[in-house]
Write a protein that binds this ligand. Structure first.
Ligand code: MD3
Ligand code: FE
Length: 220
């Protein structure tokens, strides 16, 4: 499935951002203010630093993560969950910066999700060689809400599978400033990130950042 996917298949099909593939909208370069967004990430990381988390097997993830918003995604030997306190600081996660929330809401609206109210932004930081294995995002309460993904810094190849782990994966290059909105049934598809290639980005240096805006807790 998806074996013939190319970048242009995902580009919004009309001026109003209606997706060609239901449930997915690629908005190339939508995150234009890379410097302002990276500065907002840096401010969050001053309060809740990026850290490498363990997964239930005991292995370490290869990307470092942090969160902002009213809750945050965490992983440890006990499993995956959202929790309101940063386990490393014992304090609330930092508030979601307005420039980040505003970007996510504008991207969601462009993709047809007018009332997206994210309560968390999960931030992934990849050094060259870091990757993310195929997985589903299913720790959120409401799969009807989309996930808005913002890529900054070094480019990466996004691996996009299907509803089953064994489904064939397509490769989609993601550049700094690209935004993808995932909704509909594709919201639960397997996906991952190929090892990030060495390189340097003028603002982030040898780092790729990915921000995913999510609705983790029930909205009612
Ligand atoms: C498709 N992050 O944090 S973002 C993750 O680039 C994650 O760091 C990757 O997968 C990254 O969970 C990919 C794009 C993305 C995020 C969530 C999705 C694609 C998705 C959820 C469902 C389907
Ligand atoms: Fe994911």
């Amino acid at each position: 499935m998806n074996s013939d996917l190319v970048n242009s298949d995902l580009v919004s099909g009309d001026l109003f951002g209606a997706p060609v593939i239901p449930g997915i909208s690629l908005l190339p370069g939508f995150a234009a203010d890379e410097a302002g967004l990276i500065a907002a990430v840096d401010a969050v990381a001053l309060v809740s630093p990026f850290r490498v988390m363990a997964v239930p097997s005991g292995a370490k993830m290869s990307a470092a993560i942090t969160n902002c918003g009213t809750t945050g995604w965490v992983s440890d030997r006990r499993g995956y969950r959202y929790q309101p306190l940063d386990p490393q600081t014992g304090r609330a996660w930092p508030e979601m910066p307005v420039v980040l929330r505003d970007l996510a809401q504008r991207a969601a609206a462009q993709a047809g999700f007018a009332d997206f109210t994210p309560d968390v932004c999960l931030m992934n930081r990849y050094m060259p060689g870091a990757k993310m294995g195929l997985h589903q995002d299913r720790d959120e309460a409401d799969f009807a809400a989309p996930i808005v993904s913002v890529s900054l810094g070094l480019p990466a190849v996004f691996l996009w599978g299907g509803p089953k782990r064994t489904d064939k994966t397509a490769r989609l290059p993601l550049a700094s400033g690209d935004v993808v909105v995932w909704g509909g049934r594709e919201r639960l598809y397997f996906h991952g990130i190929a090892p990030v290639k060495p390189g340097s980005h003028p603002i982030s240096g040898a780092v790729r950042l990915n921000l995913t805006f999510r609705r983790a807790l029930p909205s009612v």
